[in-house]
Design a protein around this ligand. Structure first.
Ligand code: URP
Ligand code: ZN
Ligand code: ZN
Length: 458
């Protein structure tokens, strides 16, 4: 029998449960077993290192308009940061301008994403005239854009849809095999509390958290889940931040509603005490950071396999952009950088502390987002036939997070000074080495647009 020939071979890596060689040919994994033959152009020795599937960050915002500015990473800079974090596929969002069709919003965003160094997919935002857009949904889904996103808040920014509109949009998406994602906060409660605090001059960062309490999240999750239950439609809640929001989702699930829950590193390793700092406004993100008890509840939910996805909501701003809102929480552009620190934070504060297993981490960062968003025929696992998206992580060294060594255009990190157990050694995208140690070695822009391979499992 002819000897198997590989373009690239990763040898002696640990998956957490086994020692493995990964044979790559033409961008795909073609062999997986201990001791593959070494007759190959390039061998990477991963002895003593973890070899994991490339991560999928299912929630990023590259260069989106927020308040009077834009999140500072475009697809190019944000995807380099992603690659340095072992993220080989991001799922970003379209931005629907006023009066714009969904189709046009997809095309415009796809054009922007052409500068992406890692693979990318898009969720389709429905923020403008949702009822008028219903007829577009089937063909968008048929083209492989199967996940949509709506907001139950941000009325003043013109992004909110009403609960009536939500019902119609969900019904249409579900009816054609798609999946609706929801930013869930009860807008009436948020607006009332915001007004109450601003009226008496309570403008410091902690009042961002007080204006958007866990009850606002829980109320919107419960309402959305009730509608999803009536329609027998699946629903995906983005960035669950609180115990109350989580419980609302889990209660619905216990009643038989198919509800996917996503959380983010910031709700696991940061808490609202950051808002009490002098420069606390820099941590303003929506939903806000919560209490340590909320963090603990979310960790437990990951360890109980109740959270489906951890994604970053990467939406970075420079200090200069953030500092516009130094004296007023409602004027601070909301969002945090995170795509580069996704795995390292979860590995350090989840796996190394024993809160979750490495297998659970791989599930929420790779397997589950690939499955939920229709990419699992090629992404999300080290499997023969899958894209050779591979991360090699050296668990033996330690480092400290410093914005000066990160690659986002944000000139600060909300995680500055936090210890990290390990260091990224390689990020490989479809067989091509993008990152080797501290160097970005991707030859050219190599990210490819990814569409869902099948209609969603609603
Ligand atoms: O504050 C945040 N998270 N900004 C990005 C937009 C969103 O709500 O996800
Ligand atoms: Zn959101
Ligand atoms: Zn977001």
């Amino acid at each position: 029998m002819a000897e198997e020939k590989f373009d690239l071979l990763v040898v002696n890596g640990e998956t957490g449960s086994a020692k493995l060689d990964v044979g790559v040919r033409q961008g795909r994994i073609v062999a997986l077993s201990p001791n593959l033959n070494r007759n190959v152009d390039r061998v990477i020795d991963a002895s003593g290192k973890l070899v994991l599937p490339g991560f999928i960050d299912a929630h990023t915002h590259m260069g989106i308009p927020i308040m009077n500015t834009h999140s500072i990473d475009d697809f190019e800079s944000g995807s380099i940061a992603a690659a340095f974090g072992g993220v080989t596929c991001i799922i970003d969002f379209t931005v629907q301008e006023k009066g714009q069709s969904l189709r046009e919003s997809v095309e415009v965003r796809l054009k922007r994403a052409e500068r992406c160094h890692v693979d990318y997919a898009l969720h389709v935002n429905i923020t403008d005239q949702p009822e008028k857009r219903l007829s577009e949904i089937p063909s968008i889904i048929a083209d492989g854009f199967t996940a949509f996103k709506a907001f139950s808040t941000y009325r003043q920014s013109g992004m909110m849809i009403t609960w009536d509109e939500f019902r119609k949009v969900l019904q249409q998406i579900h009816g054609h095999g798609g999946l609706l994602c929801l930013h869930a906060e009860d807008n009436d409660l948020v607006e009332a509390l915001t007004a109450e605090h601003l009226e008496v001059g309570r403008k410091t960062a902690i009042f961002h958290a007080r204006s958007r309490p866990p009850e606002a999240e829980a109320k919107a999750v419960a309402r959305a889940a009730e509608i999803a239950g009536e329609l027998r439609a699946a629903l995906y809640i983005v960035h669950v931040s609180s115990r109350a929001g989580l419980e609302a989702g889990l209660n619905a699930r216990a009643r038989g509603v198919k509800i996917y829950l996503e959380t983010c590193p910031q709700y696991l390793v940061l808490d609202e005490e950051f808002y009490l700092r002098n420069n606390g406004h820099r941590w303003i993100t929506t939903p806000p950071l919560r209490t340590k008890e909320d963090c603990a509840a979310l960790w437990k939910a990951i360890s109980d396999d109740q959270v489906d996805v951890v994604a970053t909501d990467h939406c970075p701003f420079t200090l200069q952009q953030k500092d516009v809102g130094r004296d007023a929480f409602h004027l601070t552009p909301n969002g945090l950088p995170g795509v580069e620190t996704l795995f390292s934070l979860l590995y350090t504060y989840g796996v190394k502390t024993g809160r979750i297993s490495l297998q659970q981490l791989v599930r929420v960062l790779a397997e589950n987002p690939a499955r939920i968003f229709g990419l699992s025929d090629r992404k999300g696992a080290l499997r023969v036939g899958a894209d050779a998206d591979v991360v090699i992580w050296n668990p033996e060294v330690s480092q400290t997070i410093s914005a000066s060594r990160l690659h986002s255009k944000a000139d600060w990190s909300p995680y500055e000074g936090m210890a990290i157990a390990g260091k990224l050694d390689y990020t490989i995208l479809r067989g091509q080495v993008l990152v080797q140690g501290d160097e970005f070695v991707g030859r050219e822009i190599s990210g490819k647009s990814q569409r869902a391979a099948f209609s969603k499992e609603s």
